[in-house]
Design a protein around this ligand. Structure first.
Ligand SMILES: NC(=O)c1ccc[n+]([C@@H]2O[C@H](COP(=O)([O-])OP(=O)(O)OC[C@H]3O[C@@H](n4cnc5c(N)ncnc54)[C@H](OP(=O)(O)O)[C@@H]3O)[C@@H](O)[C@H]2O)c1
Length: 329
């Protein structure tokens, strides 16, 4: 495979950013968009220069010219949309959270393996050069004893929730909430860098409709503890930091790291940031495309083991905080 025609599901800002990131990856061609309405599909297609609009999902899947799908619908739809896409022989890159729970994810991975197709959860930070700097320099801070991963951002949709509207991102029906939307950005580097913890404890502030507005997770390892703080109902100016016996690594924004500093006692801090030559979503697109071009059916960066480990932590946290989704029943 040397070029990939892409179908897009969803027409929100994030889908636009993804298509813009594709512009720097010549091997991928945004080819069609699926929307529930022709109006929003054609507005998106016109703005993003996409030739085809589909208002029936299966019609897009039946198009044999389309090789792969990018799914950017509310979380609760990911499983069925990805399952059908795999059934039709399409590779899939799906927005986070890739599914509502581990049970769904395992089914998708099994199906992808059977059909020799690739499925990837688009966690943009993992592919970014600045995050790779963190991984490459971890040994410089000695034995890691603590880490704090923090991502708190007052949601632009929260006022609508407070006004009694029912925005998708605060609606349990869509497998949404702070953990699935924001907390996941903190869980990814923790598990990618340190592996699975021996135990976890989680707490959350649930809103009136039962969704989590914010939360904290303590992950305990044999030799360290990791704290995760996340919220959609308040901001925070704290960054994230990995603390070793010989120094720390500071990360400004864990969801999209730009500035990373190595700080050692008695020494000037050293900037580890790599220049970002592309939009932040470029790197996940590049990894997806490179994996397909190499003819591989599993990404080294977004391995199935890692994706499943993340989802199992999300499941455990939700059990602890008492957050169930219709998809769990
Ligand atoms: N990577 C990132 O930085 C990032 C940032 C934000 C969001 N995300 C992820 O992207 C995905 C979409 O998030 P979002 O905030 O864009 O979601 P959203 O605005 O609620 O919905 C995304 C799209 O899905 C369709 N949709 C909306 N409501 C629907 C419904 N009730 N039933 C069926 N389809 C519906 C709409 O497309 P049509 O009206 O055209 O059908 C909409 O454009 C989520 O998985 C989220 O976690 C990722």
């Amino acid at each position: 495979m040397d070029s990939i025609k892409l179908g897009i599901v969803g027409t929100s800002q994030i889908a636009k950013k993804f298509v813009m990131a594709c512009q720097d990856v010549p091997e991928i061609i945004p080819y069609g968009v699926y929307s529930r309405t022709f109006e929003s599909g054609s507005t998106f297609a016109e703005e993003m220069s996409i030739p085809y609009v589909f208002t029936a999902y299966e019609e897009m899947l039946k198009n044999t010219l389309i090789d792969a799908l990018y799914i950017a619908s509310p979380n609760a739809y990911h499983f069925k949309q990805a399952q059908l896409a795999l059934e039709y022989g399409k590779h899939v890159i799906c927005e986070k959270a890739i599914t509502s729970n581990l049970k769904e994810l395992e089914l998708l991975i099994e199906q992808a393996k059977e059909k020799k197709l690739l499925i990837v959860e688009g966690m943009k930070s993992l592919g970014m050069p600045t995050y790779k700097q963190v991984k490459m320099n971890l040994d410089k801070i000695g034995k890691v004893r603590k880490a704090v991963f923090n991502y708190c951002q007052y949601s632009s949709k929260y006022p609508a929730y407070l006004a009694g509207e029912n925005p998708n991102i605060f609606n349990p029906k869509f497998s949404a909430g702070a953990l699935m939307d924001i907390g996941i950005y903190c869980i990814y580097p923790c598990i990618d860098l340190f592996g699975m913890p021996k135990s976890i404890k989680a707490q959350a502030t649930l809103l009136d409709n039962g969704i989590d507005g914010s939360g904290s997770i303590l992950l305990e390892y044999e030799d360290k503890e990791v704290s995760i703080l996340y919220s959609k109902i308040n901001d925070s100016s704290l960054g994230s930091e990995i603390m070793g016996e010989e120094g720390t690594i500071f990360i400004d924004t864990i969801s999209s790291p730009l500035t990373v500093e190595l700080r050692k006692k008695g020494q000037l801090s050293l900037t580890l940031s790599a220049p970002l030559e592309h939009a932040s979503m470029y790197y996940e697109v590049r990894e997806f495309v490179d994996t397909l071009i190499k003819g591989e059916t599993e990404s080294a960066v977004y391995s199935y083991k890692l994706t499943k480990n993340i989802m199992s932590i999300l499941d455990q946290v939700r059990r602890d905080i008492g957050l169930m989704f219709p998809a769990d029943l």
